[in-house]
Design a protein around this ligand. Structure first.
Ligand code: ZN
Length: 451
């Protein structure tokens, strides 16, 4: 047996893991588990049940696996007695007797025996066995060092670790600990509890190596339940509720009533009434823009035409079209005497109010779905020219400035004073740009979208 005595000081690993809560990673105290470890008759019962029995209407949930993750959850929650009862009543052990023994040997510091047991567990992958053995023997090595059994440590390194380790640098690193003063290994840790903590830490590391069928992953049941809730939320067509409103007791589904459908802004007298129906577009209207004096409205059909409306009469004052091409956005000049429109050929056209084409800004000035705006001095056209790029085009001197984003731009909005540009991105972030002068990022916000 390769363990060290209980009165010996803790290993270096203790120092590394000091301050952590310790405990076996699946929440099971080996003491507790040992007291209820499954006896051979229970194992025989399990064998008689077979591990292919399924539960549930779909026939995909294996009973053995379900009971095992329930038992793991019970131990994780601190209900060790109930976990033990479950194992006993079901005859389904959380772990095989070999794994139970292995875990106990780790906690007892029976290193050589644990390496032997590890081989008997029957891992298919030899590299996993090798890696796990290395970690066990590394712990053994450090515990010898801390106990100032330098010759034993050296022997472990030479005859057990070195043959396992293909990494010579690692062996050299370990040997350097023999040369260095051992008191460094003692810093911040002492006593039986600290050594136990370091061994539990080792078990956590081993759990990451061993297959889930051998050692059940930590909090597996909770993880599965969380996955189920995530899937239900993602499948919820009208989802608009917070996480705390979701319950394990019912399948989640938001009704249509969850979608905001009440008017939040109303006229001062509290009445909302239909004033005009602005009819004339052949295609759905995708873009509107109020004139600077709010007396007129521009509307743009999807890749169609722009119409200018008089708000008081509801009359269409003019239709702006481009032969062979569609219009995709619209905006006003600051003086309200000309309008801008993005075109499907990526150009931007400037018309006077009567429809005379004043200018056509050719080239890559806009994309198919993009916002359009004019800067505070009226001298710059602001438009999305690529998926992740905004163009600030100098109308007088035809200069070009760009704002480049890392993500796809969904839309942008100008502040009332037109000095700030709020950009919505596909990664649910909002970026606020100061475009008064040299464009620079002012703030970034994370946006939590509820749908
Ligand atoms: Zn929902």
């Amino acid at each position: 047996m390769g363990g060290v005595e209980d009165d010996e000081p803790p290993s270096k690993r203790v120092k590394v893991s000091s301050g952590q809560s310790g405990g076996v990673s699946n929440g099971i105290s080996l003491g507790e588990q040992g007291s209820c470890s499954v006896s051979d008759p229970m194992a025989r019962l399990l064998a008689s049940q077979g591990d292919d029995e399924v539960v549930g209407s779909k026939g995909v949930v294996k009973k053995v696996e379900l009971v095992r993750i329930i038992a793991e959850a019970l131990y994780s929650l601190g209900y060790s007695k109930t976990g033990a009862h479950l194992q006993e009543e079901s005859g389904i052990p959380l772990h095989s007797t070999g794994v139970d023994l292995f875990m106990q040997q780790i906690l007892d510091g029976k290193w050589d025996e644990s390496v032997t047991t590890l081989r008997e567990i029957g891992l298919m992958d030899e590299s996993i066995t090798k890696q796990a053995s290395f970690e066990i023997l590394e712990q053994k090595f450090f515990e010898f060092l801390v106990g100032e059994k330098f010759m034993d440590a050296l022997k472990t390194l030479r005859t057990e670790i070195a043959p396992l380790c293909t990494n010579d640098d690692k062996v050299r690193e370990l040997s350097s600990f023999i040369v260095s003063s051992s008191h460094n290994l003692l810093d911040g840790a002492s006593g039986h509890q600290s050594r136990l903590k370091s061994r539990r830490k080792l078990l956590e590391e081993l759990q990451k190596l061993l297959p889930p069928t051998v050692l059940i992953p930590e909090k597996r049941l909770v993880h599965l339940v969380e996955q189920a809730l995530d899937l239900q939320r993602d499948a919820c067509r009208f989802h608009n509720s917070s996480v705390v409103e979701m319950s394990l007791l019912t399948d989640h589904q938001c009704g249509r009533e969850k979608i905001p459908c009440q008017t939040l802004q109303v006229k001062m007298d509290g009445q909302v009434s239909l004033k005009h129906k602005l009819s004339g577009h052949q295609k759905p209207v995708s873009y509107i823009s109020w004139s600077p004096d709010d007396n007129q409205l521009l509307t743009c059909g999807v890749e169609e035409a722009v119409r200018r409306w008089d708000i008081s009469s509801g009359e269409c004052l003019h239709v702006y079209e481009k032969s062979g091409l569609g219009l995709i956005s619209c905006g006003w000049s600051l003086d309200g005497l000309s309008i801008f429109s993005g075109v499907t050929d990526k150009s931007v056209i400037v018309w006077d109010l009567e429809g005379k084409e004043v200018e056509c800004l050719k080239g890559q000035k806009t994309i198919r779905i993009a916002d359009l705006g004019i800067s505070s001095d009226g001298k710059e056209l602001i438009t999305v020219c690529k998926e992740n790029m905004i163009l600030l085009f100098g109308l007088e001197i035809e200069s070009e400035k760009f704002i480049r984003e890392d993500q796809t731009i969904i839309s942008f909005a100008l502040s009332d004073d037109r000095k700030y540009l709020l950009v919505s991105l596909s990664n649910e972030e909002l970026h606020l740009w100061n475009i008064d002068g040299c464009a620079r990022l002012y703030f970034g916000y994370l946006v939590f979208i509820l749908i």
